[in-house]
Design a protein around this ligand. Structure first.
Ligand SMILES: Nc1nc2c(c(=O)[nH]1)N[C@H]1C(S)=C(S)[C@@H](COP(=O)(O)OP(=O)(O)OC[C@H]3O[C@@H](n4cnc5c(=O)[nH]c(N)nc54)[C@H](O)[C@@H]3O)O[C@H]1N2
Ligand SMILES: Nc1nc2c(c(=O)[nH]1)N[C@H]1C(S)=C(S)[C@@H](COP(=O)(O)OP(=O)(O)OC[C@H]3O[C@@H](n4cnc5c(=O)[nH]c(N)nc54)[C@H](O)[C@@H]3O)O[C@H]1N2
Ligand code: SF4
Ligand SMILES: [Mo]
Length: 716
């Protein structure tokens, strides 16, 4: 049913045949990184098709790739720089020179008054590698702070911590193509046919060809229908389930002793840590029958080529690191790593979230993953960037920059391509934080909820108006290409950043060169900044098809599977860590009896900034809150009724969709509609290791809305 729009193609008729121009580029939505061709007729977007039969999509596209690009021409595009001269004044249009001068003067002043660590830099998983590289370079080498991060904090930071410490890298270890080689797939907390449709379709195909599938998700998602085993566990109980599976595997003697002896440290401590997790205890906490736990364990452990795939249902919890750790442990005790068709696969969300992290847009690492706390690593970058001293303390991540703003620790934020007003938890709290800033610079392609809080708004060119590279979820470096001129005075982010870097380094008396002429020039610097991953990947080489990192030399073919020759740790061995269960923070009670689950639908993207400015807005026009039929009956709600969803932090009003997709006791609120933002309800509680928010669990109540005004869709 979800694919009935598959063949709808936008936009307008071409005027004449000769008038049509087509450009090969990469889809700007999700981490699958589909290769597309965009057609323009007289500089108007005309249609979108898949490019050729190349990976990763081999000619297929989802509804967003086909129908979601209308935002390029939206009247909400920002076309000139804006500044707010005083806090009580409106934003006013100015030219680039005035805007940059205003911004750089204020930023330099704040750095001088409060020190470099009073500033925060939000980089962007929607922008290119080249742009992310420049953003972290400004933060570290010009300003002198490691307070730089991007939306991976809200997304797979927990995967980064758990995989980083156990195996030494936080990326997908295996590839999209290898889905066809899996004999058992364990899919945890991903609504994959809606969120990574082209990967989901590959998984369906693998099942049709005989692979077996286990889906772990409280919701009855579309992919769950293809699973032999759907484990609809209680929200927030994944660690218990996977510890229980781990214990059963050892009890049944199904662990891979040869692999463990050769490659794994910490087995005895781990075994002790899962003692508690008997089948009975696991059933009691997760609600999954002992029989199904046993069956899942047998299926995965006995598989020749078993692979684990996970996304936000596992990561976005206050105990998210432990959830992911419990999955990592399963792969290690069964030896399902370093081989075709196996692996640990955190599926990456944004088009370039893999790249933003690889470029070092993170508070703890340089491009390629060297630690900021390691003086040898710092010396290398001090040499490369021509600076005397780089900051040596781990910086603050996104969520801690917001929290730091509230307590006056952060005075200025330079933000590129992020929308914290819709994406960070507990919206009222974010409003307070942004209102206290002395300087807030927002660089975006479109007006969003966040731009109205800015003191400086810088208009950026979108993916179709610039050159560069993205890295998709299976580590493939792919090109984007300029197809059309940016609107008005908008400029590519790399150009803006390089101008900001130049002006700021002059202002702060640093003798740095900031005169990049093209994204390719920046990329060639990246290749030297992280040679073991990127040295072999030139623009020329990825002209028609991307190459996967690590690729240390031009002759190197790129890497399909990680850890074939041992792990990325000093000893080359992997390390098991006990995963401890911590129950959800806000447990339903009499006043707020339901669990709030938040996430995505196929047709929209995050705050809707891009997707609701395209044909997708017609295909899925309004927010629908999933309510289980039993809960609906209990509260006197019928399908399509307007309801209020209320938490301790706020309230939204939207129509109910009465469906057994959501289990009893759980309501699911999609995050895409700013007039009824899910994050008005969520909780600012974080995983203590990765600092990811507890997005998938808070307590709410629902009731019929009596407010007639709510029936009118607010104009957005
Ligand atoms: N259409 C669309 N696609 C997208 C995006 C988008 O905005 N729209 N965003 C992209 C991004 S950045 C990301 S990170 C990905 C996210 O991709 P997904 O993680 O697949 O998407 P979500 O909807 O956040 O949540 C996934 C599932 O987690 C389940 N879940 C909730 N609580 C639990 C739990 O306690 N345990 C388990 N096991 N599961 C639970 C939910 O029921 C839901 O079905 O999607 C990417 N793709
Ligand atoms: N409740 C709840 N909240 C969540 C989640 C959840 O599951 N539940 N998921 C979280 C996750 S996983 C994520 S990734 C975040 C996503 O949160 P955000 O990253 O804040 O979401 P986007 O809307 O994708 O924001 C990207 C912005 O980049 C802009 N943009 C696009 N292309 C370019 C470009 O080339 N240059 C510039 N300068 N800007 C550009 C867009 O216009 C948009 O305003 O949300 C998080 N928030
Ligand atoms: S699967 Fe992802 S990359 Fe492919 S067309 Fe859809 S949104 Fe774009
Ligand atoms: Mo994400």
């Amino acid at each position: 049913m979800y694919y009935k729009f598959k063949d709808v193609v936008v936009v307008e008729e071409a005027k004449t045949k000769n008038d049509i121009r087509k450009v090969h580029t990469t889809c700007p939505y999700c981490g699958v990184g589909c290769q597309i061709e965009i057609y323009f007729s007289s500089d108007r977007l005309f249609k979108v098709e898949a490019f050729d039969e190349v990976p990763p999509n081999y000619g297929a596209l989802c509804v967003k790739g086909k129908n979601g690009l209308g935002f390029i021409e939206s009247d909400r595009r920002i076309t000139q720089p804006l500044i707010r001269r005083k806090k009580d004044r409106d934003l006013e249009p100015v030219n680039w020179d005035v805007a940059l001068d205003f911004m750089v003067r204020r930023l330099a002043d704040i750095i001088k008054r409060y020190g470099p660590d009073s500033t925060g830099f939000f980089s962007s998983a929607k922008a290119t590698n080249e742009e992310n590289y420049l953003m972290q370079k400004i933060a570290r080498s010009v300003v002198g702070t490691n307070n730089v991060d991007h939306c991976a904090r809200l997304c797979h930071s927990t995967s980064g911590v758990a995989m980083g410490r156990s195996v030494g890298a936080g990326a997908m270890t295996n590839t999209i193509e290898e889905i066809q080689a899996n004999d058992v797939m364990l899919i945890v907390g991903s609504n994959i046919l809606d969120t990574y449709p082209i990967i989901g379709i590959q998984m369906k195909k693998a099942v049709q060809n005989g692979a077996r599938m286990i889906v772990v998700d409280p919701r009855n998602t579309t992919i769950a229908r293809y699973a032999e085993l759907h484990l609809g566990l209680r929200p927030g109980s994944d660690t218990v389930l996977f510890n229980g599976i781990g214990r059963y595997i050892v009890d049944a003697g199904l662990q891979n002793n040869t692999f463990i002896e050769k490659n794994v440290k910490g087995f005895d401590e781990w075994l002790k840590s899962v003692e508690l997790y008997t089948l009975e205890y696991t059933e009691k906490i997760t609600g999954i029958s002992a029989e199904d736990v046993r069956k899942a364990a047998e299926m995965y452990a006995r598989a020749e080529r078993g692979a684990i795939y996970w996304a936000m249902g596992a990561t976005q919890h206050a105990g998210g690191t432990d959830n992911v750790q419990s999955l990592v442990n399963l792969a290690l005790i069964t030896g399902k790593l370093g081989k075709r068709g196996t692996g640990l696969n955190p599926i990456r969300g944004q088009n370039n979230v893999q790249g933003a992290g690889d470029m070092g847009a993170l508070p703890n690492v340089f491009p390629g993953g060297g630690n900021v706390t390691d003086s040898n690593v710092r010396r290398y970058y001090e040499g490369l960037w021509g600076v005397e001293r780089l900051p040596e303390n781990i910086g603050l991540g996104l969520t801690d920059i917001i929290e730091g703003t509230r307590v006056g620790r952060i005075k200025a934020i330079y933000l590129m391509g992020e929308d914290p007003m819709t994406s960070e938890p507990y919206q009222d709290h974010v409003t307070d934080a942004l209102n206290t800033l002395e300087l807030f610079v927002v660089q975006d392609i479109l007006l969003n909820e966040t731009t109205s809080y800015a003191d400086v708004v810088l208009p950026a060119a979108c993916f179709a108006e610039k050159d560069g590279t993205f890295i998709n979820t299976d580590r493939r470096v792919q090109r984007i290409r300029k197809a059309v001129e940016p609107p008005g005075e908008a400029r590519p982010d790399w150009e803006i950043l390089s101008e900001v870097g130049r002006r700021l380094s002059v202002k702060l008396n640093k003798q740095q060169k900031w005169d990049y002429n093209s994204p390719e020039e920046v990329w060639n610097e990246v290749r030297n900044a992280s040679p073991s991953l990127f040295k072999g990947i030139s623009y020329a080489r990825i002209e028609s098809k991307g190459v996967r990192w690590p690729c240390p030399a031009e002759e190197h073919p790129g890497t399909e599977d990680l850890f074939v020759e041992g792990f990325n740790t000093p000893s080359k061995k992997a390390q098991l860590f006990p995963a401890e269960y911590s129950p959800p923070v806000e447990i339903p009670d009499e006043k707020y009896p339901l669990v709030l689950n938040t996430g995505r639908v196929l047709f929209h993207w995050h705050g809707g900034t891009m997707s609701r400015r395209s044909k997708l807005a017609e295909l899925y026009p309004e927010l629908l809150v999933e309510v289980n039929p039993n809960d609906a009956e209990r509260y006197g709600i019928r399908d399509k009724d307007y309801i209020n969803v209320v938490s301790r932090r706020g309230q939204i009003t939207a129509r109910a969709k009465v469906t057994d997709r959501s289990p009893e006791g759980v309501v699911f609120v999609p995050i895409h509609f700013v007039e009824a933002p899910a994050n008005r309800l969520t909780l600012n509680v974080y995983d203590h290791k990765a600092r990811i928010p507890e997005y998938k669990n808070s307590a709410v109540r629902i009731m019929l809305s009596r407010d007639a005004v709510a029936k009118k869709k607010e104009s957005f």
